[in-house]
Structures are given as structure tokens and as C-alpha cells.
Design a protein around this ligand. Structure first.
Ligand code: SAM
Length: 232
């Protein structure tokens, strides 16, 4: 479980709400049981249940199991998709190890807003399920023109473009340094957006093959490629 407080040996952690409910109802923990806690700062700790009620629990931190992982410095900038598909991208991006998730608003986005608390909960649950010790950051919903305007010059922006680009695997394997992937919405980028992206000095158009993939497919496939060839 990820907890907001910084963990140290002997500290007591009080949980309430969904986390306490999860421990009591799903994990059915009792006093003396072991639980693994992460604080997204120091790493992953073994903890012991001191008391567990239906709505609250107190745990005592024991020993450090693993330090906070060094996450590949890879961002996913994904155009908002319809809710359930975007939820899938959030979950898989967290499992696959992205460091930062930036929801992007483009002219053809069907969805135009995101509930950040809900998105953060999806990222966190996926991170807990796959035993990450570092949570992905969630950026604010950012319009494409602002994303390009304020883009950090040192970070490569791999632009997944179904209209063509370098083969993604080769481009990823040859790249060193910070990077990001930009994925469009269900209706794709319009001509003006595509031109603006391609004109950006950090943009590197990449292809994921000859077929038109759904945005969520392109995102998941490209991140897995990245982690496979340039991950650690
Ligand atoms: N313009 C597409 C069409 O003609 O139907 C719709 C966009 S596609 C559903 C969603 C996004 O997935 C695209 O904007 C692009 O970022 C990515 N994508 C899809 N297929 C791709 C491919 N073969 N190579 C690279 N990116 C791809």
C-alpha cells in the first residue's frame, strides 16, 4: 500500500477510509499480520498490523525491504480518450513503468476532462498491483499547443504517427537521454496539429507498423517497446 507519510523504522501508520477497508475486508488482516507499505520516497517497508478495525487500522513499520526504484525517465503524453479506454492507458502505463503521465487535450478529443483523483487512484492501484516502489506522476490536462510551447528542450518527444515515421523500436533503441511519447485521440491529430508537432525541434515521428491502432493499443505497445529496449 502507498501511504502519504514518509516511513521509518518503528513509525506508526494510521490508515482509514478505502485503505483500512481494503485491509479489513479484502485482505482480512488481523493484529500481528504483515503488510508491505511504500511511501514513494524511501522505498518499500515491511510493517505489522497493530490493530485493524472495519474503518481504520494502525500499523507499525518494521524493516526496509527495497529502496525506491529508479524509474526510466519516460513520460507518456496521451490525448484524452473515452473514459474506459483512458482508464486502461492509465493502468497499463503505470504497470509498464512510466515516470510521468500527461493527459493531452487536442482538437479531436471526444473526452475533454479528467478526474485527477480518480486517475491518480488508477495509477496507484496499478503500481501497488505490480509492486512498483515509485508512483508515476500525473500532470494536469494540457492543451497540445501549450505542451509544445513549454516542452523541455532536453527531452525527446517521440510522436507516434500512423502517417509514418522511423520504426519505433529502432528509434527507441538508438536513443539515450530523457524521452516522452505522444499519442493522439480516437480521431487522430488534425493536419495543423500534425504540422505543429512535426515542426517542433524535440519531435521524433515514429511508426508502430502499417496498421491504424487504437490510441490505447499504440500507447501500450510503444511503452512496452520503450521499456524493452531502453527501459533501465
Ligand atoms: N488518424 C487515425 C485514423 O486514421 O483513424 C486515428 C488515430 S489512431 C486511432 C490514435 C493514435 O494512435 C494516433 O493518433 C497515433 O498517435 C497512434 N497510432 C495509431 N496507429 C499508429 C501507427 N501505426 N504508428 C504510430 N502511431 C499510431
Amino acid at each position: 500500500l502507498f501511504v502519504p507519510q514518509r516511513l521509518e523504522q518503528g513509525a506508526h501508520v494510521a490508515l482509514d477510509g478505502p485503505q483500512a477497508h481494503y485491509l479489513a475486508r479484502v485482505m482480512r488482516v488481523a493484529a500481528g499480520d504483515g503488510v508491505i507499505l511504500c511511501d514513494n520516497q524511501t522505498g518499500e517497508w515491511a510493517a505489522r498490523v497493530v490493530e485493524a478495525g472495519k474503518r481504520d487500522a494502525v500499523l507499525e513499520v518494521a524493516e526496509l525491504l527495497r529502496g525506491r526504484e529508479a524509474v526510466p525517465d519516460f513520460w507518456l503524453c496521451a490525448a484524452l480518450l473515452k473514459k474506459d479506454r483512458f482508464d486502461l492507458v492509465l493502468e497499463k502505463a503505470s504497470e509498464l513503468g512510466v515516470a510521468r503521465f500527461v493527459p493531452v487535450l487536442t482538437r479531436r478529443c471526444v473526452a475533454d476532462k479528467l478526474n485527477p483523483e480518480r486517475a491518480r487512484a488508477i495509477l496507484t492501484e496499478a503500481a501497488e498491483q505490480c509492486a512498483r516502489t515509485a508512483l508515476p506522476e500525473l500532470g494536469p490536462v494540457t492543451k497540445l499547443d501549450a505542451l509544445l510551447r513549454d516542452w523541455p528542450a532536453e527531452r525527446a518527444l517521440f510522436f507516434a504517427d500512423e502517417q509514418g515515421g522511423e520504426p519505433a523500436a529502432a528509434a527507441f533503441a538508438a536513443h539515450t537521454g530523457p524521452a516522452a511519447l505522444l499519442i493522439g485521440p480516437e480521431g487522430g491529430f488534425d493536419d495543423a496539429e500534425r504540422a505543429a508537432i512535426r515542426a517542433h525541434p524535440a519531435a521524433r515521428p515514429v511508426s508502430l507498423g502499417p496498421r491504424i491502432l487504437r490510441g490505447e493499443t499504440a500507447a501500450i505497445a510503444a511503452i512496452a517497446l520503450w521499456m524493452g529496449v531502453a527501459g533501465d
